[in-house]
Design a protein around this ligand. Structure first.
Ligand code: FAD
Length: 294
């Protein structure tokens, strides 16, 4: 099928893009990499009178240093995030999560901003943003604002970005050393959306006691979720003595999965909490080897 007809706009600045959104309101839709929007338009699951293509807005592309962490323009391709050395060094969890997004053809075109704005609960980037307390920079014709990850994901496919707003960039903090990070997910085939996934960061003090824990989960609720029970159980433990399988099981209490054609709610809860334990084990092992080297 082909999309219903629409007027195509190709602004070259953020100011022009938000001007078009202000002018056309709910009738306008932003186009980033098109990896989610174009199939929806082509199958006529949605239609808009005006498509505002962001691919010529240069100021939305690129990774830059930000207070030890990174600031990533919304139109930065997922493949560029994957290969960026500053991202790999400063925000390892983002680097580890990216290869799990679809296939490389999709990452060559798909953008980090599109993934975060689309807010599929089974997507990798939203769970990483939530785990790391990332910040979204948002612009509209009436000004700019920032929204924390905890406030950003409102419900399935719904975020704090209003129809007349544009997500311009994401900021991700860096963690003090020593820290360990790991990401993994369960999918039926490589490249499929995850049935369940986990993004884990663990930090420790000089005595090897855990003083920072971030556990993001995908595919196990209406939005990305944090495994707050797991995070609380880890705090103050000796990293070398923590039992990841036992602590990971607590994640089941933090999930709110649904059953669908891909997996039952029960499967997602059980497999998801086992996965949290495994990913936690990997992050703890990274942490202890880094602490040993430090
Ligand atoms: C076969 C296949 C497999 C996939 N597998 C995965 C996967 O495993 N994991 C995963 O996370 N994704 C997966 N995707 C989706 C892919 O990652 C998309 O790139 C991503 O979801 C959307 O990014 P995009 O840049 O393509 O955005 P688009 O499709 O262009 O836009 C998506 C939505 O975000 C809005 N939007 C885009 N940019 C902005 C902005 N700057 N400000 C405000 N709103 C904006 C659009 O208006 C639209 O509503 C898959 C896609 C395909 C086709």
């Amino acid at each position: 099928m082909k999309p219903a007809s629409f007027d195509y706009h190709a602004p070259e600045t953020v100011a022009d893009a938000v001007g078009l959104l202000a002018e056309h309101g709910d009738d306008a839709k932003l186009l980033a990499g098109g990896q989610s929007l174009v199939p929806l338009l082509a199958m006529r699951l949605t239609r808009f009178e005006h498509i505002v293509d962001l691919n010529r807005v240069e100021e939305l592309f690129g990774v830059s240093p930000d207070n030890g962490g990174v600031r990533i323009g919304a139109m930065t391709r997922q493949a560029a995030v994957e290969s960026d050395t500053a991202v790999a060094g400063r925000v390892p969890l983002l680097h580890l999560a990216t290869p799990h997004i679809g296939h490389f053809q999709i990452r060559n075109r798909g953008t980090i901003g599109g993934s975060i704005a689309h807010a599929d609960p089974a997507s990798e980037y939203p769970a990483v943003m939530l785990a790391l307390d990332g910040v979204a920079e948002i612009a509209s014709a009436s000004g700019n604002r920032e929204v924390s990850a905890a406030e950003f994901f409102e419900s399935t496919f719904t975020t704090a970005v209003a129809p007349d707003e544009l997500l311009t960039a994401l900021r991700f903090p860096s963690w003090e050393q020593p820290a360990g990070f790991a990401f993994d997910e369960i999918a039926r085939r490589s490249g499929d959306f995850a049935l369940a996934g986990a993004a884990v960061g663990i930090g420790a003090d000089g005595d090897g006691r855990i003083n920072r824990a971030a556990v993001g989960m995908l595919g196990v609720g209406p939005t990305p979720l944090r495994a707050t029970s797991v995070e609380a159980a880890l705090m103050g433990l000796s990293a070398a003595d923590a039992d990841p399988a036992e602590i990971g099981r607590l994640a089941a209490d933090d999930m709110d999965p649904i059953g669908d054609v891909h997996a039952s709610a029960d499967y997602r809860r059980q497999a998801g909490s086992t996965l949290v334990g495994r990913v936690l084990a990997e992050a703890l092992s990274q942490l202890t080897s880094e602490a040993g080297n430090g």
